[in-house]
Design a protein around this ligand. Structure first.
Ligand SMILES: Cc1cc2nc3c(=O)[nH]c(=O)nc-3n(C[C@H](O)[C@H](O)[C@H](O)COP(=O)(O)OP(=O)(O)OC[C@H]3O[C@@H](n4cnc5c(N)ncnc54)[C@H](O)[C@@H]3O)c2cc1C
Length: 377
């Protein structure tokens, strides 16, 4: 049976990925319960379902670090609060540097983290090797270790945020597409959907890589572009256990997430592969893109150098899924400058899981109080 939509809601959220669900969670936490989240397909079916699930805290800017730290704290308590498992584990993270310049950058990031109360240890190459015994440390000049970093199951965490929002009164409706956004005198007034019109005081664009197209419905430019994003998952591998911290090697463009006995090896390759130049298909749902070994090979070589035992390990899965990226690597968060009460939270540059808690919290406070929380302007 189809849910009948209300004629009006105080806030309409477009998109049921982790960002939209976090916005609903935090709005209801602040007491705004007349929240309607509309998802065209199913919750998590866009980008969220296939994320690797790393939840580190150190980011390039103060704001992003504070919001990532809050996200980790939220995920730690979310399962107890909602009864929905999140898969969150605080197994720490290790980042290694192979150049002095990178080490300086890591040390700066460590200082910033400590300023915000994040425990960060600076490590010698030998100490890094002790923490990750399979690591080739021959060219490593140092590293940092963040014991409170973690990893989560992105789909389960999204369901937990949605459950928390529903428990406080939010309505979350799947299989409803927003087809138009209505405005009057420079202010948003509601939406049209495949199940009729709904008036609203506020509309929030959390449509992930579709956020550009959704913004165009009301003349709001959302500058992001999708790119193919890759990881592999190995067969069972000796020496890999859930007790290991996640590992990042930015000079080698790779990150590593231990799964039970297997290893996820992901990439931030230096030359990205754009996707969806003619627009993102409306029916892309739990979708995957074709394998591209030629593109992944240079990264795989770096991974084989960093973890030589990968050479003797089979590959269980090659995953390629799209994610949206912005020109300056910062996500887009806040009220549209040219349309009152229309907010955007999109373009998460592959840090949407680790940023969702903080982004949802800031967005909710911004909507409720008319200003972002102190320090996030
Ligand atoms: C391979 C890969 C690995 C990743 N690993 C990590 C990681 O380890 N850590 C991390 O922090 N991040 C990671 N990410 C990034 C993370 O997955 C994303 O940043 C995050 O999921 C974005 O969430 P979202 O809610 O903005 O978008 P989405 O999950 O795409 O949600 C947007 C939703 O909007 C809906 N929608 C669109 N248009 C409409 C409409 N008109 N009406 C109604 N609904 C609409 C869509 O159906 C979709 O469900 C990874 C991404 C990829 C691709």
């Amino acid at each position: 049976m189809q849910t009948i939509l209300p004629a009006q809601a105080q806030v309409i959220i477009i998109g049921g990925g982790i960002i939209g669900c976090s916005a609903a969670y935090h709005l209801t936490q602040l007491g705004w319960t007349d929240v309607l989240l509309l998802e065209r397909q199913q919750l998590t079916s866009g980008t969220t379902w296939h994320a690797a699930g790393l939840v580190p805290q150190l980011r390039a800017t103060h704001n992003m670090t504070v919001l990532a730290k809050y996200t980790g704290e939220l995920y730690r308590r979310l399962e107890t609060e909602t009864g929905q498992s999140t898969g969150f584990r605080q197994n720490g993270s290790l980042i290694v540097a192979t150049t002095e310049a990178r080490l300086t950058e890591l040390k700066r990031s460590a200082s910033m983290g400590r300023y915000f109360g994040i425990d960060v240890e600076t490590l010698s190459p030998a100490e890094a090797g002790k923490l990750w015994p399979l690591l080739n440390t021959r060219d490593v000049v140092g590293g940092i270790y963040v014991p409170t970093d973690g990893q989560a199951n992105p789909a389960d965490t999204t369901q937990a945020l949605a459950k928390g929002a529903r428990m406080r009164g939010a309505r979350i409706v799947e299989q409803v597409e927003v087809t138009a956004i209505h405005t009057r005198c420079g202010r948003v007034t509601g939406v049209s959907t495949t199940r009729g019109d709904v008036q609203a005081e506020y509309v929030v664009n959390c449509a992930g890589m579709w956020a550009h197209a959704v913004g165009r419905m009301c003349g709001v430019h959302v500058p992001l572009h999708a790119a193919e994003h890759f990881y592999i998952v190995t067969d069972e591998m000796a020496g890999i256990s859930l007790e290991l911290p996640t590992l990042r090697d930015p000079d080698g463009y790779t990150y590593y997430k231990p799964e039970s006995g297997r290893l996820l090896v992901g990439a931030f390759e230096p030359v990205a592969k754009p996707w969806g130049m003619q627009g993102i298909p409306d029916d892309f749902c739990f979708g995957q893109l074709p394998e591209d070994w030629e593109h992944f090979e240079p990264v795989m070589e770096k991974a084989l150098h960093r973890l030589p035992s990968l050479e003797h390990t089979g590959i269980q899965l090659f995953f390629n899924g799209p994610e949206s990226f912005t020109p300056d690597d910062r996500y887009l968060l806040g009220e549209a400058p040219n349309l009152k009460n229309f907010f955007v939270a999109a373009g998460f540059n592959s840090v949407g899981i680790q940023s969702a808690g903080g982004a949802g919290m800031v967005l909710a406070e911004w909507i409720v109080n008319g200003l972002p929380p102190h320090g996030h302007l």
